[in-house]
Design a protein around this ligand. Structure first.
Ligand SMILES: Cc1ncc(COP(=O)(O)O)c(C=O)c1O
Length: 368
């Protein structure tokens, strides 16, 4: 039996989400059609929007479906740059934000925005003092990552919102690793289904405080004219069912993740941890000084443990993680960083076994 400790990359679907997807799989009908088949699909999408907005604590009309976290980020960044009022042409992105944010710099430049990066603290959270000193009346948007996907560090999003709002800037919060536990006071909130028990390829963008965006895909009128294109009904109904389940079991799931992460940390020998305590999101980031993450991951895969060296999107690339570099690690240290992450179906037994295999694998590599 393999041990899967890479839930921050993608977590298994809840049974409820699977059965919602299966039910939709055999349905036919375009939700924009006026006939009964189309209306049935439209009703299911409405139900899913209700489930997602209730889980998030926002209004029904504030929740837009997209193809995932990455698209939601791009829609928020480009959509707000395109309708930026005169004189607001600066965007502040977190230096340790997800790739989808950080690598949007070139696109924002092409849209006439000047991009600056807000430094990170040693744990990968956003340096709010630096944000305070960088904010100004020419800032259109500030981006903040609620829970860092590599280190698990948490940023106080409400404090970031206060700083951004004082200068009339919008706050974009990437809550992909935090939702549905946290609904911050942000104007734009990014969520993704496959990180919390829903299917891959569907996500959401929540727009609060009356925030308006310029659509990137016009035509068709779907998603209240913000995102044209026939809806991914299968993904959406699966997302809705997963959101309802995750909200219902939020406390239980948090404690499952936390307890697995704590037991894992307690059993891991000889590692240096990035965070002092287990992250509420069940992410544990650590390194074995002198052992490259790549060599340890290869051995772990062979031993039946699926872990990660950081963001899933950058695995396989030899570039050092921009998150760890932003958090002040040297290139050499960054190349040693490993991430283990727990999810709704993790167990303490699995966490302890993973810690034991990782500790012994590191010891064996040292002996070679
Ligand atoms: C913090 C964060 N933001 C955004 C994304 C992108 O989400 P998706 O995979 O749905 O495009 C990820 C996925 O790794 C993530 O961890």
């Amino acid at each position: 039996m393999r041990i899967y400790v890479d839930h921050a990359a993608s977590t298994p679907m809840f049974a409820e989400a699977k059965s919602a997807v299966e039910q939709q799989l055999s349905a036919t009908g375009n939700p924009s059609s006026l006939h009964a088949d189309g209306r049935q699909v439209k009703d299911r999408i409405d139900r899913a929007r209700e489930q997602c907005s209730q889980a998030a604590g926002c209004l029904f009309g504030e929740f837009y479906f997209t193809s995932g976290g990455t698209e939601s980020v791009v829609l928020a960044l480009a959509g707000s740059a395109l309708n930026s009022p005169n004189g607001r042409n600066r965007v502040l992105l977190g230096a340790a934000d997800h790739h989808s944010v950080v690598e949007s710099q070139a696109m924002l430049n092409k849209l006439g925005m000047q991009v600056q990066f807000v430094p990170a603290n040693r744990d990968g959270s956003l340096d709010l003092n630096a944000l305070e000193s960088m904010i100004g009346d020419d800032v259109r948007l500030v981006s903040v990552l609620a829970t860092n996907n590599e280190t698990g560090a948490v940023t106080d999003v409400n404090q970031a919102a206060e700083i951004a709002h004082k200068s009339g800037a919008l706050l974009l919060c990437d809550a992909v690793q935090a939702w549905p536990q946290v609904l911050p006071e942000a104007d734009l909130i990014v969520v993704s289904a496959h990180k919390m028990g829903g299917p891959v390829g569907v996500g959401g963008l929540i727009t609060q405080n009356g925030t308006k965006l310029e659509p990137l895909a016009a035509g068709g009128g779907q998603e209240r004219e913000l995102r044209g294109g026939t809806e991914n009904a299968m993904g959406i109904v699966g997302f809705g069912a997963a959101a309802a389940e995750a909200a219902l079991r939020a406390d239980e799931i948090s404690s499952v993740k936390r307890s697995a992460a704590e037991h894992f940390r307690d059993r891991l020998d000889g590692a240096a941890f990035t965070l002092d305590q287990a992250s509420p999101a069940g992410i544990v980031h650590f390194r074995y000084p002198g052992i490259s993450a790549e060599s340890l991951l290869i051995r772990l895969d062979h031993e039946g443990v699926s872990a990660s060296s950081g963001a899933a999107c950058s695995s396989g690339s030899i570039e050092p993680s921009h998150v760890l570099m932003a958090a002040g690690l040297s290139e050499e240290e960054a190349a040693e960083g490993l991430r283990v992450s727990f999810g709704w179906c993790s167990t303490v037994g699995e966490a302890e076994k993973a810690a034991q295999i990782i500790s012994s694998s590191a010891a064996q590599i040292r002996q070679v």
